[in-house]
Design a protein around this ligand. Sequence first.
Ligand code: PLP
Length: 449
Amino acid sequence: ERMAGLDEAAVRRLDRDHVFHSWSAQALIDPLPIARAEGSYFWDHAGKRYLDFSSQLVNINIGYQHPKVVAAIQEQAARLATIQPAFANDARSEAARLIAEVAPEGLDRVFFTNGGAEANENAIRMARLHTGRHKVLATYRSYHGATAGSITLTGDPRRWPSEPGQPGIVHFWGPYTYRSAFHSETEEQERERALAHLRDTLMVEGPHTVAAIILETVVGTNGILVPPEGYLQGVRAICDEFGIMLIADEVMAGFGRCGEWFAVDHWGVVPDLITFAKGVNSGYVPLGGVIISDPIADTFQERAYPGGLTYSGHPLACASAVASITAFHEEGIVDHARRLGADVIGPRLREIAAKHASVGDVRGLGVFWAVELVTNRETRDPLVPFNAAGDAAKPMAAFAAACKERGLWPFTHFNRTHVVPPCTTTAEEAEEGLAILDEALDVADTFTH
Ligand code: PLP
C-alpha cells in the first residue's frame, strides 16, 4: 500500500537519494520511473506507452506479466516460498526436467544459479575440474557477466576496470564478416580464417593447457554476430581434437531468442556445457544455470562439486521457469519467434536499410537483430566510435531520443541498434515498431556524409 501510494516525484526522489545504479555515474543519470507493463509494452507514470524493442535487457522473452507465469509465482509463494538447495523440491525437479528436455541430447543435468554471470563462473569451474586444465579461451567481442571470473571472460570494454582479473583467461577473435579481423570478404573466408586463427591461438597457448573455449553462440550485446555456416561445427571439431570443453553461453541467445530453444540447435552443435539465464523465465524471478553433459556430470558422481549458492534452484524462480517453458510449448512461442524474424523483422529491416544512408549492415535471426549504423556506407566508419561516451555518442543518443519520443524503447550499443523485442511480439506490433525505427533513422542519416 505504501509503495502503491508513491507518486512519480517520490519514486524519483528516493531513487536519486538511495538507489545506487549499475554501470553509471550516479549524478549523470535520470532513471525513468515505470508504472506498469503488459505484453510487449510498458508505461511510465504519465501514462506514456512504450513498445519494448529491447525486452528490457534482452530478457523478457515471454513478454510482460504473462498470466500463467504470474499465477505460478503466486501459487508457489503461497505453498512454499523458499527452501535451501540441499533439499529436493518439486518446482526445482520439474524445472530441471523441462530444461534438460529441450536441451541437446546428452545434456541431462542442471545446476541452478541466480543469473548469467554465476552460470559462467560455475561452467568454467566445472570445465577446469573435469579436464584438470586451467586455461579458458574467450572471444574479444563478448559479454559474459560482471563477477570476477565472468568479467575476465568478457572481451568488451566492461572488462577494463577489473583488470588484470582472473589468471588463465585468453582472448581470441571470433568471426564478424562486416568488420573482419582477418580481411575476409566472404562468409566462407571468414569461417576458414577465424577457425585457422583459433587453431593458431591454441598452438601457441598449448592446447593441453586449455580446459574450455567459451563463446556466445550468437554474440549478443557486442553486435548480434551470427557465425558463418560451419564455424561452430569447426570449433566443436577443434575442441574434440584437443579434449577441450565447449561452453555455449546462451544467456542471451537461448530460450527462443534465435527462433530455437537454444541457438546451437540452429547449427546442430552439441556443447559440453550450456549457460542460460534471462529467457528461461524472463526474469520474473532471478534465475540462471548450467546445463551439464553426462561426462562432466560423471566427474562429480563420487567427488563433491565445489560450488553452491544459498538460492540455487529457488522455488519461486523454478516455478516461474516451469510455467514459462510450459507456456512456450503450449503457445508455440519458439516457432513464432523464428517466423517473426524470417517473415517480418528481417525483410522489413532490409527495406529500411535500402532507404537510409546511415544503415551499414542488418543481420540476425529470430527476434535477435542488429542494425549497424555508419557515417558512410563505403568506408563503413561507425556512426559513433567504439566505446563512445558523452559527446562522442551524441548521434546514437539523438537516434534513441527520436525513438522514445515516438513511443519505441530501443536497444542501443556503440554504433548499433538491436531489434530484440519479446518472442511473443505480434507481427502488427513489430510493424509498428519498425515504422518508428524507420522514421528515427532519418535522424541518424543527418550524421552521414
Ligand atoms: N552472458 C551473456 C551472453 C549476457 O548477455 C549476459 C547479460 O547480459 C550475461 C552473460 C550475464 O548475465 P547476468 O547479468 O544475469 O549475470
